[in-house]
Design a protein around this ligand. Sequence first.
Ligand SMILES: Cc1cc2nc3c(=O)[nH]c(=O)nc-3n(C[C@H](O)[C@H](O)[C@H](O)COP(=O)(O)OP(=O)(O)OC[C@H]3O[C@@H](n4cnc5c(N)ncnc54)[C@H](O)[C@@H]3O)c2cc1C
Length: 404
Amino acid sequence: VGSPPLPPSADVVIVGGGIVGLTIALELRHRRPTASIVVIEKEHAVGMHASGRNSGVLHAGFYYTADSLKAKLTRDGNRRLAAWCDEHGVPLRRCGKLVVARDASEHAGLDLLLERAALNGVPLEAVDEADARRIEPRIRTAGRALWSPTTAAVDPGAVMRAMAVQAQRRAITLAVNTRWLSHAPGLVRTLAGTVAAGYVVNAAGLHADRIAHAYGFGANLRILPFRGTYLYASPDAPELRTHVYPVPDLDMPFLGVHFTVTADGTSKIGPTAFPLPWREAYDLTSLSGASTRDVVETVASSLALFADDPSFRRHAATELPKLRRSHLVKHAAELIEGVGPDDYLRWGRPGIRAQLYDAAKRRLVMDFRFEGDDRSMHVLNAVSPAFTCSLAFAELVVNAIDAA
Ligand SMILES: Cc1cc2nc3c(=O)[nH]c(=O)nc-3n(C[C@H](O)[C@H](O)[C@H](O)COP(=O)(O)OP(=O)(O)OC[C@H]3O[C@@H](n4cnc5c(N)ncnc54)[C@H](O)[C@@H]3O)c2cc1C
């Protein structure tokens, strides 16, 4: 993406060139054909953080309770993003997904997911072990499993590139290398200059809480970063036909270590969900991107959560050993037969989840969250599966902007 100069004014300024910022920009363009819309992005290109570094799974929508936004948006988001990929020539792998039980104690978890799928109107089939093996011959499951036919895979980088092209074709200005710094009434100050903004949308991912606080929203809310790493299959490792997931701990917003098939057919193990001491801690061996304030606030919130929430304590204890490749492969091998220590040798690019923490309730926020008024709207918890949901989610956010 080239870097047009920042215009002196715009009807709408969107902070953040991830999938949430771009889909909101496209939805606004659809409703306001003549408005001037500018997306400001601090990096040199769009999609450099979670949106370009995720698993690329189009989720189906059966994990979430029926009253949640995630339940409402995932089924439609899956269908809409799949259709969007077809329309824009982005390859989509309709590989489906098996959810397996590691032992009989997990059957209750399978049943709960089936109930949620029925309530959410999402296709999900209970299959016996023989049927599961017909879908993926190397599956390990205790007696039965679940088959999700609408779960799919895309290359998230390819989606982001195609979205950026669409945005530019629809006269949306993508101002890269343009970091939001501060605001004054009607003005947004950036590293590349000041822009007069009729309306501001904050879709800044890992930094969305700080920006929301500056506008007077989300006072008790903080972003906690969780790092997800992947191990990629060696070229001669046996291929997988479908994604394979365990029954997750539904008290946490993560799905447990699993196998995903990428859009080009490679398989990978992950992602992990390791709590980080600062937001952009892609490299834990250097302090790159860390500020003292970031480290102090992030560590303080993580320690408070650790003290208060037994699910988080359980989660943190299981994440630490997964930093070791041998442990991660062994753990994942509970789901698939014939996975040897040398089949998954290469660490892939990590992604960092921007997970919202409610410091007043001292709990992680499980559902999507946005807050705003007639001057600004702040997307505060665009956690997984917000990539899948993005087109449907953008519609909801723009409804809220129109109603404000
Ligand atoms: C490891 C991992 C695996 C995942 N797997 C899946 C999956 O399989 N399926 C799925 O549906 N979802 C998945 N997700 C979730 C999904 O990736 C996110 O929900 C989604 O990408 C969030 O998009 P976003 O636009 O809010 O955030 P981002 O992509 O992080 O975009 C925010 C943007 O804001 C910019 N920004 C921040 N601060 C400023 C500033 N001050 N000025 C200007 N710009 C700024 C950032 O540079 C960034 O580009 C996964 C996430 C991770 C991390």
